[in-house]
Design a protein. Structure first.
Lengths: 294, 415
C-alpha cells in the first residue's frame, strides 16, 4: 500500500520534472545549446498566468494562453538578443550567457513582482481527482492533467520534428548548421522557432508546476529547472521520449529515497543515481550515440 | 564518443555549479520570506510620516533629550521588518515625550539588511551623538554592529535579531525577542502543559539554522517532558516543494499534532498538501509562521485551527496592547506585527531602566552603557506588550513567557 502510494507521489512529482525537461531537451536537441534560463521562463509564465487570474480575474484558460504568448515572445527575444550574436562563439560562452539570462530574469521578476511569495490559484480548482481504496490513494487533477499533457506534448513534438517540413528543417539544422544553410534552410529562423516552441512549453510547465506546488516566487523556477535538466540528461538529452522517462524516473527515485532511505539525503541520492547511469550509459537512457565523422 | 564524455563531464560540473548558485539564490529567498506581514507597499507611505515625526521630535523638558539611535532595513527585501520596528519605536518615543518627564530623540537609519551598510549607519548615528541603540532589526547586520558597539561602549537593545550569537560574549548587547532555540523549549512546554497532542510529528528545514536550532531544543525538551515524537522528517530549501513523504510518514505514525518550526512559505505548502490528502492533525508553529495569513492569494481556510507560539498577539485583551495596536493603526493604517511590538518594548525598557538607574540625558554614552548593563542584569523587570515580568540574564538573553495563538476565521486569536 505504502509502496503504491509512494510510487504515485513519485509519478506526480516526476511528471512535473518531465514537462519541464521536454522544453530543455527540445532546445538542446535542435540548437545544441543548454538554455539554463528555461527554468526562469517557467517562472515568468507562472507569474503571467497568476496576474491574469488574480488581478484581471480572467478565466484560467485565458491565463494559460496569455502565459504561452508572453513566454513564446520572451523566448524569441532572449534568443535574438543574447544567443544569436554568439552563434559562432564557443559553446562555453553561450552557456555562461544563458546563466546570465537566468539571473537577469530572476532579478527582473524580483523588481516587478517583489520578493514576497504569492499563492498560485490552481488552474484546475474545483476539478476532483481520482480516489482509490476509499480515499487512501489519491490522484489529484493536476497530476492527471500533467501526465496527459506530457504524453500529448511528447507525441506532438515527435510528430512535428519527424513529419513536417519545418520539423525536418530543425533536424537538419541540429545535425549540421552549415550544410543545412547550403540546402536553403533558414538556420536563424529555424532556431528562433525552436526557442519559441520551447518557451511556449515552459509556460505550460510553469502553470502546472505552480498548480501542483502553489508557491510563486522569483526563484520558483530555478530548482525545478535544475532537476528537470538532470532528468533530461538521465533520459538522454536531445531525446524527446527520454525527457519524459527521465523526469518520471527522477521523481520516483526522489520520493523513494525520501521515504525509504532518508529525507536529509534525498537529493544526494538522486544525483548519485544520475552519476551511476551516466557512467554506464554516457548518453543517458534513451540518448543516441552520435558518431562524428571527420 | 570522446566528445560526448567531455560534454557530459562539463554538464555535470555545470549542474553542480548551478545547484550551488541555486542554493545562494534560495538562501536570499528564505531571508525574504522570514516572518512578518507581507505589506511592504502599504508600509512605504508610513515611512515618510515617521521620518517627519523623527524630525519633529520635541526637545523639551530639561532642554536636552536622550539620543536613541535606531537601525533597521526600511528599504530592500527585508523592508517590512525594519519599517515595523521603526514605527513601533517612534510610537513609544512620542508617548514617552508626551508624558513630559525625561525626553527621548529617535534617529532611525536604514541598513537595507546589509551588514556593511549597517555599520555605516551605526557610524552615522555615532557622529550624531547616539547615547543608546535600538537595533539592529535583522540578525546578519546585528552581528556586525554589536561587535562595534561593544568596543565603543554603547548600550544596544535589539528588538528582533534572534540568533544567540548576537548577544554572546558582548556584555552591552541585550535582546527583546527570544533566541531562536528557546522557542523550541517554550513550544514543547506549551504543548505539554496544554495537552495539545500525545503523538507528535516534526517537519523541519535541516538546511536552515533557525529551523534546526528550534527543532533540537524542542526534541530535547520533549524527551524531558515525556512527549512522544513519532515522526521526524526534514526538507531543505531545494526540496521544499513536495511534502507527500513527510506528511505520509506523520499520518502513518498516527501523529495528532504536527510541529512546524519553519517559515510560513513552506508551511503554506504543507497545509495545502495535508488538506489535499485528507490529513487533518493539529498544526503548531513558531514565530516563522507569523505572516501566513497575509500571503497574497493564500486560502486562509487552510490555516484554520493552526496554533502558533509568538510573544505578541495584536488582539490580546490587556490595555497596554490595545492602546498600542490602536495608535499604530491610526498612524500607519496597519495591524502591528511582532517586530513593531518588540521595538516598542525596547524603547520603553530603556526608558524604565533609565528611570530606575537615575540616568539623565547629559551623561556620556559609556556611562549610560555601564548603568544600563548594571540595571538590566540586576533586579530590573519589565512589563510590555510582548510579555510580562521580562528579565535579562548576564548573557543578554530575555526570559519571558510566550503567548499561544490560534487562527480562527482568518485571524489570530489568543488561546
Amino acid at each position: 500500500m505504502n509502496l503504491l502510494l509512494n510510487t504515485i507521489n513519485g509519478i506526480s512529482l516526476g511528471s512535473i520534472y518531465a514537462i519541464i525537461a521536454l522544453g530543455y531537451t527540445m532546445v538542446y536537441g535542435i540548437a545544441k545549446m543548454l538554455n539554463f534560463a528555461h527554468g526562469d521562463v517557467i517562472m515568468v509564465g507562472a507569474y503571467i498566468c497568476f496576474c491574469a487570474m488574480s488581478y484581471l480575474s480572467l478565466p484560467p484558460v485565458v491565463g494559460v494562453v496569455m502565459a504561452m504568448v508572453v513566454c513564446t515572445i520572451l523566448g524569441m527575444v532572449i534568443e535574438r538578443l543574447a544567443y544569436k550574436p554568439l552563434r559562432s562563439a564557443p559553446s562555453l560562452a553561450v552557456l555562461i550567457t544563458a546563466i546570465g539570462v537566468s539571473y537577469f530574469l530572476q532579478n527582473a521578476a524580483l523588481l516587478i513582482w517583489k520578493s514576497d511569495p504569492k499563492v498560485f490559484p490552481s488552474v484546475l480548482a474545483g476539478i476532483p481527482g481520482l480516489e482509490f481504496f476509499g480515499g487512501e490513494l489519491r490522484l489529484t487533477a493536476v497530476t492527471i492533467v500533467t501526465i496527459l499533457a506530457n504524453i500529448v506534448i511528447m507525441l506532438a513534438l515527435t510528430t512535428f520534428t519527424g513529419k513536417t517540413k519545418t520539423g525536418k528543417a530543425m533536424r537538419a539544422v541540429s545535425e549540421d548548421k552549415g550544410a543545412a544553410q547550403l540546402m536553403g534552410i533558414d538556420v536563424n529562423r529555424t532556431i528562433s522557432l525552436t526557442f519559441a516552441i520551447g518557451s511556449g512549453l515552459a509556460a505550460i510547465a510553469g502553470v502546472l508546476l505552480c498548480s501542483a506546488y502553489p508557491t510563486l516566487m522569483p526563484t520558483t523556477g530555478s530548482m525545478p529547472g535544475i532537476k528537470a535538466f538532470t532528468a533530461a540528461v538521465l533520459g538522454g538529452i536531445g531525446s524527446i521520449p527520454g525527457a519524459m522517462l527521465g523526469g518520471i524516473l527522477l521523481g520516483v527515485i526522489e520520493i523513494f529515497a525520501r521515504a525509504y532511505i532518508s529525507t536529509q539525503l534525498s537529493d544526494a541520492i538522486v544525483f548519485a543515481v544520475l552519476i551511476v547511469v551516466l557512467l554506464i550509459r554516457p548518453t543517458g537512457l534513451l540518448g543516441k550515440k552520435i558518431t562524428e565523422k571527420v | 564518443m570522446n566528445h560526448m564524455k567531455k560534454l557530459m563531464a562539463l554538464l555535470l560540473a555545470l549542474s553542480m555549479v548551478l545547484s550551488l548558485a541555486a542554493c545562494g539564490g534560495s538562501d536570499s529567498g528564505s531571508t525574504e520570506s522570514a516572518p512578518a506581514e507581507g505589506e511592504a507597499a502599504e508600509a512605504a507611505p508610513a515611512e515618510g510620516e515617521a521620518a517627519e515625526a523623527t524630525e519633529a521630535a520635541p526637545v523639551a523638558g530639561d532642554g536636552v533629550a536622550l539620543k536613541i539611535g535606531g537601525i533597521g532595513p526600511t528599504s530592500g527585501a527585508a523592508a517590512i521588518y525594519g519599517t515595523a520596528t521603526m514605527n513601533g519605536a517612534q510610537i513609544a518615543v512620542d508617548e514617552i515625550n508626551a508624558l513630559g518627564g525625561m525626553q527621548f530623540e529617535l534617529n532611525w537609519q536604514d541598513d537595507e539588511h546589509d551588514p556593511e551598510k549597517s555599520v555605516n549607519a551605526y557610524n552615522t548615528l555615532k557622529d550624531w551623538g547616539m547615547q543608546a541603540l535600538v537595533g539592529t532589526t535583522t540578525t546578519g547586520p546585528a552581528l556586525a554592529v554589536s561587535a562595534e558597539s561593544n568596543v565603543d561602549r554603547i548600550f544596544e537593545l535589539t528588538p528582533s535579531a534572534s540568533s544567540p550569537d548576537v548577544v554572546n560574549g558582548k556584555d552591552n548587547v541585550f535582546q527583546m525577542c527570544f533566541t531562536d532555540p528557546n522557542q523550541g523549549t517554550a513550544s514543547a512546554q506549551y504543548i505539554s502543559e496544554q495537552a495539545l497532542g500525545s503523538k507528535i510529528a516534526v517537519i523541519y528545514n535541516n538546511g536552515d539554522a533557525y529551523s534546526t536550532g528550534i527543532y533540537n531544543k524542542f526534541a530535547a525538551e520533549a524527551a524531558e517532558l515525556g512527549l512522544e515524537i513519532v515522526s521526524t522528517t526534514t526538507f531543505t530549501d531545494e526540496t521544499a516543494n513536495d511534502f507527500s513523504v513527510q506528511l505520509n510518514d506523520a499520518k502513518n505514525a498516527g501523529a495528532d499534532l504536527v510541529f512546524l518550526p519553519i517559515y510560513y512559505t513552506p508551511a503554506s505548502l504543507i497545509l495545502a498538501q495535508a488538506d489535499g490528502m485528507g490529513y487533518a492533525p493539529k498544526f503548531f508553529g513558531v514565530d516563522g509562521m507569523d505572516g501566513i495569513l497575509t500571503m497574497e492569494g493564500f486560502n486562509t481556510a487552510l490555516a484554520e485551527g493552526v496554533m502558533l507560539l509568538t510573544p505578541f498577539s495584536a488582539d490580546a485583551e490587556d490595555e497596554l496592547t490595545q492602546n498600542f495596536v490602536k495608535t499604530y493603526q491610526e498612524r500607519y493604517g496597519d495591524i502591528p506585527n511582532q517586530f513593531a511590538a518588540d521595538a516598542y518594548d525596547c524603547v520603553y525598557a530603556i526608558y524604565n531602566a533609565c528611570q530606575q538607574a537615575g540616568i539623565t540625558a547629559d551623561m556620556s554614552a559609556a556611562d549610560i552603557c555601564d548603568a544600563l548593563i548594571a540595571t538590566f542584569t540586576g533586579d530590573f523587570s519589565f512589563n510590555g506588550v510582548t510579555g510580562e515580568g521580562m528579565t535579562w540574564d548576564a548573557n543578554g538573553e530575555v526570559s519571558k513567557s510566550p503567548k499561544g495563538m490560534i487562527i480562527q476565521n482568518g485571524a489570530y486569536v489568543g488561546m
